[in-house]
Design a protein around this ligand. Structure first.
Ligand code: ATR
Length: 279
């Protein structure tokens, strides 16, 4: 534990629940590595107190906050400024202190882009299959379009929900999971964004049908617990490359920290942090 003194600055996370979050461990470890006099705390905030919490955090001089479920959309009303990407994605997971309030960012999409880059998955001109249409998929879809994906197929349990999120998006086809055979033959990048397969349901997989995995050349499962999900195992057993979401988690945290502290985090420190968490 670092010494806390009169100069110590405060960062945190607001959400409900917050008990299972890994963010305090990541951010406090980052602060330690960088020698910054700052602590990161979890704050459980109910939906009705969100505005008060944001105003109160500003009044207390809190430097920055991460925002998690269920506040990522609602918090957009309470920021002083909104980053363009966050506005387009429709969700904020990072508040960075500015004069008069906070500026809202989305670092999930940038974390995802940094993960793709670090595992050398090149999206430009490629066709991509996205499994799931929740909050995480919105950030993923934004990143895929930004990176120049050609066509995207979004498969979701609730087609209606997927339509409401991505119905108007160019070169995007929405299907149910059972309709995967309607995807033209070929080799795809596949991003698994549902919560199916998350520990303790390690053996669950959103598409059980083995034939689907012949379409997958490389894949990212946004889940990182367990380290190798049932989805990743299926991709690998059909000759594809599969990565979990731990890099995305680390990079979104690092990017948030950069916004909070208005400083750069050297790539070696991010890599070191990833290796420690991966061990
Ligand atoms: P996140 O913010 O992590 O994306 P979310 O917005 O709750 O979380 O989205 C969860 C995703 O997992 C959704 O795509 C959800 O499907 P629905 O939109 O149909 O609800 C998907 N999901 C969760 N449980 C599922 C299950 N048992 N089978 C299939 N999809 C599931």
């Amino acid at each position: 534990m670092r010494d806390i003194d009169g100069h110590t600055r405060v960062l945190g996370l607001i959400g409900d629940p917050v008990e299972h979050t890994g963010s305090p461990a990541i951010h406090n470890r980052l602060a330690e590595k960088l020698g910054d006099n700052v602590v990161y705390m979890p704050f459980r905030v109910g939906a009705k107190r969100l505005e008060e919490a944001v105003d109160g955090a500003y009044a207390l001089g809190i430097e920055g906050l991460n925002v998690t479920v269920p506040h990522k959309v609602e918090v957009m009303q309470y920021v002083r400024e909104l980053d363009d990407a966050a506005l387009e994605i429709g969700a904020v997971n990072t508040l960075s202190r500015i004069r008069g309030g906070f500026r809202g960012y989305n670092t999930d999409f940038s974390g995802f882009m940094r993960e793709l880059d670090s595992v050398d998955i090149q999206v430009n001109g490629r066709d991509v299959i996205v499994l799931g249409a929740g909050g995480a998929s919105k950030a993923v879809m934004y990143a895929l379009k930004k990176l120049g994906a050609r066509q995207t197929f979004v498969l979701n349990r609730s087609i209606q929900k997927a339509e409401s999120f991505f119905g108007g998006v160019k070169d995007t086809t929405i299907l149910g999971f059972e309709d995967w055979r309607r995807i033209p033959e070929g080799k795809y990048i596949c991003i698994q964004c549902t919560s199916v397969g998350l520990s303790p349901d390690d053996n669950a997989c959103v598409i059980e049908d083995e034939g689907f995995y012949d379409l997958v050349e490389s894949a990212v499962d946004l889940i990182y617990k367990p380290k190798e999900t049932a989805f990743m195992k299926k991709v690998a057993s059909h000759g594809g490359k599969a990565y979990n979401g731990l890099r995305m988690l680390v990079y979104q945290a690092v990017t948030s920290y950069e916004f909070f502290m208005k400083r750069e985090v050297p790539e070696e420190i991010a890599e070191e942090l990833y290796n420690e968490l991966d061990s």
